[in-house]
Design a protein around this ligand. Structure first.
Ligand SMILES: C[S@@+](CC[C@H](N)C(=O)[O-])C[C@H]1O[C@@H](n2cnc3c(N)ncnc32)[C@H](O)[C@@H]1O
Length: 323
């Protein structure tokens, strides 16, 4: 919690709300995400784990393709929004049928060495038939941070060095969102910009499925919010100077759509961590053991397996996708 007056008020320091500071530090000129491959250099997401990840997305895309009426499959695409270093779409380039369109979308430039068949755009295409994926995108959509104080709910302001102070009163939309989705908070991220970002993503889908994968906020547990930073593989204080990823967990339920735990979604897509019985072929056994270990990382309930999948379908049933 911030003590009123502790930060050096009245200095020439530029104070911004966290939403403004995140937007500048991550996406402004010289921002953290403006260079290619920043995610893979600074932290590990499911997209940086093993070949099981793109294979699970391929399985999902194949189910969506099969569930669509034959006349509606033309232009079938897998679109990865917030594609970072292109790890997922790059791997899919070697797996997906040649007729499928593969698109990576990111504000960062096209990653060097990405397979030629992958398109790279700065904005999501419209009217997508297929799969729209957003892996750890919503957690870096800038949000404000609010604190409950004796004189009401106030927005937190921050300077470039990460020092905080209490700022103006939170607006009506902020308070309405917090009252509905994060009651009882002392400090919390105001999640409505993520709700809007998700609605915008879903609006790009004509038929198929949209999935956002993120670490889920739990208001019962996260009474003081979740804002944090990552740099060079370490969790660090969130400093909005462009050197550091700044992220906060996503309250998935407020976005709308079905929510499935990642371990459950991946199991339904064929990922399992069963250790195989020993067979006569040592090389095959070693490969199967490696696969079980890769699966265990993705399914770990205290790690990636605890992430949430936010899912919206158009023209196909949820059960078609996650049978
Ligand atoms: C946390 S990283 C995850 C990257 C990748 N999905 C992965 O798992 O490695 C989020 C990515 O989303 C991108 N991003 C954020 N806002 C975006 C937007 N509005 N349009 C396109 N890309 C965006 C960032 O540039 C960054 O590469």
């Amino acid at each position: 919690m911030i003590m009123e007056g502790v930060a050096c008020e009245g200095s020439s320091v530029a104070w911004r709300t966290w939403r403004e500071a995140m937007a500048g530090a991550l996406y402004g000129p010289g921002g953290f995400y403006r260079t290619s491959g920043a995610p893979g250099r600074h932290f590990r997401t499911a997209a940086h784990t093993s070949a099981l990840w793109p294979r699970a997305w391929l399985a999902l895309a194949e189910r969506v393709y099969d569930a669509l009426p034959a006349g509606e499959r033309a232009g079938f695409a897998v679109v990865d929004v917030g594609a970072g270093g292109g790890e997922l779409v790059g791997a899919l380039a070697g797996l997906a049928p040649p007729s499928w369109r593969l698109v990576g979308v990111d504000l960062a430039p096209r990653p060097p060495g990405l397979a030629d068949r992958v398109e790279w755009l700065q904005e999501p295409p419209a009217d997508v038939v297929g799969v729209v994926a957003a892996v750890e995108l919503l957690d870096v959509v800038p949000v404000d941070v609010a604190e409950r104080t004796a004189d009401g709910v106030r927005l937190v302001e921050v300077d470039d060095g990460g020092t905080e102070r209490l700022g103006q009163a939170a607006g009506a939309a902020d308070i309405a969102w917090l009252d509905r989705w994060w009651p009882g908070f002392d400090r919390a991220e105001v999640g409505w910009p993520r709700d809007e970002a998700w609605r915008d993503l879903v609006a790009t889908l004509r038929a198929g499925v949209a999935v956002a994968v993120d670490y889920a906020a739990d208001p019962a547990r996260h009474r003081c919010g979740t804002l944090t930073g990552y740099r060079d593989g370490r969790q660090v204080d969130p400093v909005p100077d462009g050197s550091t990823d700044i992220t906060a967990h996503v309250f998935l339920e407020s976005c709308g759509g079905a929510v499935i735990l990642q371990r459950e979604a991946l199991r339904r897509l064929g990922v399992n961590g069963r250790v195989p019985p020993y067979g006569a072929d040592p090389a095959a056994y070693a490969a199967a053991l490696q696969q079980a270990s890769d699966a265990a990382e993705l399914l770990d309930p205290d790690g990636l397996g605890g992430f949430g999948w936010l899912v919206e379908t158009r023209g196909v049933a949820l059960e078609d996708c996650f049978a």
